[in-house]
Structure formats: C-alpha cells, structure tokens
Design a binder for this molecule. Structure first.
Ligand code: NAG
Ligand code: NAG
Ligand code: NAG
Ligand code: NAG
Ligand code: NAG
Ligand code: NAG
Ligand code: NAG
Length: 425
C-alpha cells in the first residue's frame, strides 16, 4: 500500500524528482527490511528447530499464562546472537512447563544444587521462561545439542557456578541417551561426561580464578590467605587444548574482599612477594593472562570460545525491597522491577571482561546471563543445600542465615543459560 501522504503529494505541487526520490527511498527501505528478515530466518542453526512465531500456537491453552498479550501480538525475530540482546526481556510464568529432567531423574547433580531432593517443596521456580523482547529464544532441544556436539569436545572451565551450568547441560541432554551409550567420570579437577553414541564429551575443569592460585584445591579455604598468581595459566591450560568448544567464567571468587593478594613474575621470595591490589586491577591482570593464552593457543577456525558473564548473588534482601528478609531465604517469585540490578553484580568487573575481550584476536561470544538471573531471587539453592558434604538438617534449614544465595537449583535458572548457549552455538 502506498501511504496516503504520498498520494496526496502531487496536489501539493511537489516537483516530480522529489516524489520519485521519495518513492525510491521507500522501496529501498522495504527491500532492505525484507532482506534482513529472510537473512535472519535462514540462519543455519534454525534449520533443525521449527521456529514458530509464538502467536500462532498459544491462543488456545494456558489460562495460567500471565502475559497473553505479548504472545498474541508478536513481531519478534528468531534468535540471532548478533542481533538479539538477551539481557532485555522478561520472565513469563507458564504452569504447563515441565523441565526436561528432575534432580531425581538426572544422576549427576551435586547436593549443592538438588533442591527438590533436599526438601524444597515449592516448584514454581522451575516454570519461568525467559522471553527476550526482540526475539524468540528456541527451547532447549537435546537432540539438536547432541548433533552439534557430534565428534566434539565441549569443556566448561571455571568455578562452582560454571559447574552449576555444566551439570545443567549434562542433565538437559543425558536423558535422551541410552544407559550403555554414556558414562561419567568425576575427578577432583576435571570431570568428563562421555556420549559414546555421538563420540562427544561434555567436560568440566575446575579453575575458579582461571589463573593459578594457592587455594584452588581447598575449596573451603581461609580467604585471607588466598594468593592469586595473575600471570600463571599455562600449566593447567595444557588440559584445555584440543577442545572444540570452550566455555569460561570467573567472578565470584574475586569478590571476597575489596583487595586481593596478587603474585606475579618469578620472584625469589616466592609467595612472600605478593602485593595487594584492588580487585578490579587483579581481575584485569588475570583476564589479560587468560586472553593472551587464548590468542596465542586457540585456532579460531577449530575452536569456539564462550564466556559466561557473572552470576548474580542475592545476599541483600533490601536490594529488592524485602526489608525484613534475610538474603534470598523464602523467596518464591522473581523480582518484577524492570532492569532490576542488585549489589551482588559488579558492573565494573563486567566492563573489565568486556574490555579485555574486545582487544582479543580470537572472537569471544558472551553468554550474558547477568541481567536475566538478577531477577531470579527465587532460583537459588537457599537452605536446600549441604555444608561440608552433609545436607542441612531440618533445624538448620529454619535459619535463614544458612541460605546459599549464590548457587542455583537444578532444574532451574542455569537451564536458561544453556538455552541461550545452545542457541548461540
Ligand atoms: C492486555 O490486553 C488487555 C485487553 O485485551 C488490556 O486491558 C491490558 O492492558 C493488556 N496488557 C498488557 C500488559 O498489555
Ligand atoms: C506453555 O508451555 C507449554 C508446554 O511447554 C507450551 O505448549 C505452551 O505453548 C506454553 N505457553 C506459552 C504461552 O508459551
Ligand atoms: C571422536 O572424536 C574425536 C575428537 O573429540 C576424534 O579425534 C576422533 O577421531 C573421533 N572418533 C570417531 C570414531 O569418530
Ligand atoms: C593435565 O594434563 C597433564 C598433561 O597432559 C596430565 O598429566 C594431567 O593429568 C592433566 N590434569 C588433569 C586434571 O586433567
Ligand atoms: C582460518 O581460516 C581462514 C580462512 O579459511 C584463514 O585465512 C586463516 O589463516 C585461518 N586461521 C588460522 C589460524 O588457521
Ligand atoms: C518462610 O516461609 C514459611 C512458609 O511460607 C513461613 O512459615 C515462614 O514463617 C517464613 N519464614 C520467614 C523468616 O519469613
Ligand atoms: C551484559 O548485559 C548487560 C546488560 O544487562 C550489559 O550491561 C553488559 O555490558 C553485558 N556484558 C557483556 C560482557 O557484554
């Protein structure tokens, strides 16, 4: 249809060249727009997922659906990591969602994350779906994930939140694989889940600071004695070579204080030669060491590099307006406030990561989980967790100060991280 303003134009005695130019510009814009649409929808990774515009599906069912309107008028694009900002969106409750696994069906979940098994009774936290504003995020498809991993090694490297994500990934895919065609070997530092049927592995490597430190191995250590060797990575990183897909993270271990004992160079006085740096400075030095290793070792034609951004902690309930609360204890609903950002996520640290990655030769794809996880005060392990290998007793569970508001229940929020990861893969 031609806009009426254009049809009226001759009557206003506009000179012909201007009309022609305007019409041409309009046609050009329409062509460009159509081009963009077809480019997006033909992106190769969507070939295997029939990508519906939600609008056509969801009219019937689900009275519990909280946001019918958004699903009726839906002009969002199919997900494209380059085009769609996943941070910008909302959690939509859908009572009929069934997670692909439970913490009883999947045998690989640590006690730290198996909330339902540990006694958590509410389960709404498993039924929220992240909907980016600008695009539709495809549901996690285990068969598609395995096809993408055929003949490949996928390695998650980082801290306990990275292990949280790794276990989520393993559980999301493992239930479609017959018992005899899979195996798990857990190690202190390195764990490997093998999918024989696909000749694929999904691995985890413990490296909470990525670089070396003196307290990596003693997970419960005196934080004051921690010394980080910000320029040492090569030795452990030997085990990160020959991998097809690397997913890194490091954040929460840096946040134990404002300053961090930092060691670098080979000084004769060894561990006495440390200096205290502001956390962001030490973090930057360490990430540069990591970036140099990646740039000098990784062939981007063979290996893809991802980085999971910081996972928010929810230890100050006043942040989200629950003045009488303690940490994330008893929270059963996400924060509603748009762009909510608590004190547990340090934007300066985020910008260090972004800055370091921008100057790398090897492209790094971010799995930007921070904003979407910020809302999820209800998703943490809370008191349904362990301490020193033992589940909290019923008595201990009553004490809100025992709540773990750093790690996440599985199934739960990390499944959404992996949904984004798979869509970006
Ligand atoms: C949804 O639509 C109804 C009417 O159809 C309207 O009253 C309501 O404000 C809309 N809600 C949103 C969030 O757009
Ligand atoms: C809610 O989840 C069910 C089951 O996964 C799905 O069929 C339905 O389309 C979802 N509803 C909306 C509005 O997304
Ligand atoms: C299995 O995958 C590895 C890479 O992870 C590859 O080196 C090997 O050749 C593959 N084996 C088969 C039988 O495809
Ligand atoms: C790392 O690699 C070295 C050399 O290949 C090997 O000896 C060591 O066992 C590996 N360590 C882990 C934790 O996999
Ligand atoms: C990666 O592939 C491109 C194009 O095929 C080639 O020009 C480049 O040299 C390759 N890079 C490496 C590190 O092999
Ligand atoms: C936590 O929730 C339970 C059940 O809803 C309630 O009985 C208890 O009083 C709450 N505790 C606190 C400290 O809010
Ligand atoms: C992740 O998203 C947030 C917005 O929520 C943005 O501020 C931040 O820069 C992004 N981080 C990276 C590393 O791209």
């Amino acid at each position: 249809m031609i806009p009426s303003s254009l049809m009226k134009a001759p009557r206003a005695k506009l000179p012909l060249p201007i009309i022609i130019a305007t019409v041409c510009a309009l046609v050009f814009i329409i062509v460009l727009y159509a081009e963009r649409l077809s480019f997006l929808s033909s992106s190769s990774f969507f070939k295997l997922t029939p990508c519906s515009r939600r609008g056509f599906k969801s009219k019937s069912s689900d009275k519990a659906e909280e946001n019918i309107n958004a699903s009726l008028i839906d002009d969002r694009f199919d997900f494209d990591p380059e085009e769609c900002n996943v941070a910008n969106g909302k959690w939509v409750f859908n009572r009929s969602i069934k997670p692909l696994y439970t913490d009883r069906s999947c045998p690989y979940i640590d006690k730290q994350f198996s909330c339902a098994k540990n006694g958590r009774l509410d389960s709404d936290y498993e039924r929220w779906e992240w909907q980016p504003e600008d695009c539709t995020l495809p549901r996690f498809n285990p068969e598609l994930a395995l096809k993408k991993l055929r003949g490949k090694r996928l390695l998650f490297v980082g801290d306990s939140l990275q292990r949280n994500q790794w276990e989520s990934f393993v559980c999301l895919v493992e239930w479609v694989i017959p018992e005899k065609k899979k195996s798990m070997r857990r190690g202190h530092t390195h764990s490997v889940f093998k999918v024989k049927e696909y000749n694929a592995t999904i691995e985890f490597y413990w490296a909470p600071y990525l670089v070396e430190s003196n307290t990596d191995v003693n997970i419960i250590g005196d934080t004051k004695k921690r010394i980080i060797k910000v320029d040492e990575i090569a030795q452990r990183a030997i085990n990160w070579t020959g991998v097809d897909i690397l997913v890194f993270n490091t954040y929460v271990w840096w946040m134990s204080g404002l300053r961090i004992k930092t060691l670098w160079g080979s000084f004769a006085n060894g561990e006495e030669g440390f200096e205290e740096f502001d956390t962001t400075v030490a973090y930057k030095l360490a990430l540069k060491t990591w970036a140099n290793w990646v740039d000098s070792t990784i062939n981007p034609n063979k290996t893809r590099v991802f980085f999971t951004t910081m996972s928010p902690t929810h230890t100050r309930s006043a942040d989200w307006g629950n003045i009488d609360g303690v940490k994330c204890f008893n929270e059963t609903k996400p924060v509603k406030k748009k762009k909510y950002w608590g004190s547990g996520s340090d934007k300066k640290m985020m910008s260090v990561v972004a800055h370091v990655a921008k100057n790398m030769k090897v492209p790094v794809t971010f799995i930007n989980i921070t904003q979407l996880s910020e809302y999820r005060i209800d998703g943490h392990s809370s008191v349904y967790t362990e301490t020193g290998g033992k589940l909290l007793t019923e008595e201990e569970r009553k004490d809100p100060y025992n709540a773990d508001c750093i790690h996440w229940c599985l199934p739960g929020v990390p499944d959404t991280w992996n949904q984004i990861f798979l869509a970006s893969l």
